[in-house]
Ligand binder design. Structure first.
Ligand code: F3S
Length: 399
């Protein structure tokens, strides 16, 4: 790879052990993907933050980078941790896990990483603009950044995202290159979508079709009606989960769709396809949920306000986690939403989510509006699932 003099000096160790190790990781990655050079990045988002996923081995790698003098060179935020770092007792997290999770957070803080733990960094100040090169790791956020914002990122792994943060660089390959962002498969939606779980269902239907292809194609989508920010984050999470996709274009909605031609052959997706996708991961009305969660991906303040409005003066009957980023919770605190929600018996859990928290075995059936949460509730926690609309999820908590 062609390196600038600064990059060569990083590789030679002029900026310390951790920066050298970081550059070694990036050069190895670039070599595998035949990148000709590095590209500067303006923003990094690191996944693999929950101690439940990292364990001592992962924490050991982080500590090695922090001890070696590693410091973030660009704005860097974290994916959700395994607990609310201020209110973990309310989530039933034990002391040992809490101590280990805080060791992880403190190690990131030593490297100058902003320890806001969220999968929607674009809602809380880590917001790249169109065409900007970034290095993000969380799959739903990668899909959102590439597609909805028009920024450019590959889906980074834990070590490569940390390496990008410590060097401010990433190898120039994959979705950083214009030629790899062109669509090669086209979908026409013949249904009118409004609810998050319907957008999640669409992610399942398209994702399954992409999964079947040998080389992951970039999708071009037409139809479906208006999509809000919340709808799109739900769709991105689902498409990334069920199809491994990191980029799509949606006519009239995503920025690159305006100057890219749609591939000619269209695959039609109708209401029935969406209903089938929902029912395939839905254990049905006769199954009683014992765990309710909204906030996969992390909730916007508009969504929290809607929950507060529905819960005002009422009492939930089941464990109900409302997961979001800490700065969003702080707005909810100020607006009085947190008080209303807590008075109803639900919990606003900041910094974490129902997938990365260590809750295996605690609940049998999850009710949520997130197709992604359903996938991992089953795969990771062996839980049954109910995929419903946002309002139906709240009704389920009140039942
Ligand atoms: Fe975010 Fe957790 Fe869902 S990281 S996308 S809330 S699984």
């Amino acid at each position: 790879m062609e390196l600038t003099s600064l990059e060569s000096e990083m590789l030679e160790g002029k900026y310390g052990r951790a920066t050298r190790k970081a550059m070694e990781i990036l050069v190895a990655l670039g070599t595998i993907y035949s990148a000709e050079k590095m590209v500067p990045v303006s923003s990094v988002q690191i996944a693999g933050v929950s101690y439940d996923n990292l364990g001592e081995a992962g924490l050991g790698f982080l500590a090695e980078m922090a001890d070696g003098g590693g410091k973030s060179r660009v704005l860097t935020t974290l994916n959700p941790a395994g607990m609310d770092v201020e209110n973990w007792q309310a989530l039933g997290i034990n002391d040992d896990f809490a101590r280990d999770q805080m060791r992880v957070i403190e190690t990131f803080a030593r490297m100058g990483v902003i320890t806001t733990c969220t999968c929607t960094p674009y809602l809380v100040g880590n917001l790249p603009h169109f065409g900007e090169h970034i290095a993000w790791a969380e799959s739903s956020a990668v899909c959102y950044a590439n597609s909805v914002l028009g920024a450019r990122t590959n889906r980074e792994g834990g070590p490569s995202a940390i390496a990008a943060s410590l060097t401010g660089r990433t190898p120039l390959y994959g979705f950083h290159l214009t030629e790899n962002r062109k669509p090669s498969i086209s979908f026409k939606i013949e249904a009118h979508l409004t609810e998050n779980h319907e957008f999640g269902a669409l992610g399942i239907v398209i994702g399954r079709k992409l999964e079947a292809a040998a080389q992951k194609p970039v999708s071009y989508i037409q139809g479906g009606g208006y999509a809000s920010l919340e709808n799109l984050k739900s769709f991105c999470a689902s498409l990334a989960t069920y199809g491994g996709a990191a980029l799509f274009h949606w006519e009239g909605i995503t920025p690159e769709s305006f100057h890219l031609p749609a591939p000619v052959d269209q695959i039609l997706i109708g209401q029935k396809d969406l209903e089938q996708a929902v029912s395939a991961i839905n254990d049905g009305p006769s199954v009683e949920a014992d765990f309710i969660s909204l906030g996969c991906p992390h909730l916007s303040i508009q969504e929290i306000s809607k929950i507060a409005e529905r819960l005002q003066g009422r009492a939930v009957k089941k464990t109900f986690w409302i997961t979001t980023a800490r700065p969003t919770k702080q707005i909810a605190d100020r607006m009085g939403y947190t008080q209303i929600i807590e008075d109803a018996g639900a919990i606003i859990a900041a910094d974490t989510c129902c997938v990365v928290a260590p809750i295996k075995g605690r609940f049998k059936v999850l009710a949520t509006d997130s197709a992604k949460a359903c996938y991992y509730a089953y795969a990771k926690n062996n839980s049954r699932t109910k995929l419903m609309s946002f309002d139906q999820v709240i009704d389920e908590a009140l039942k």
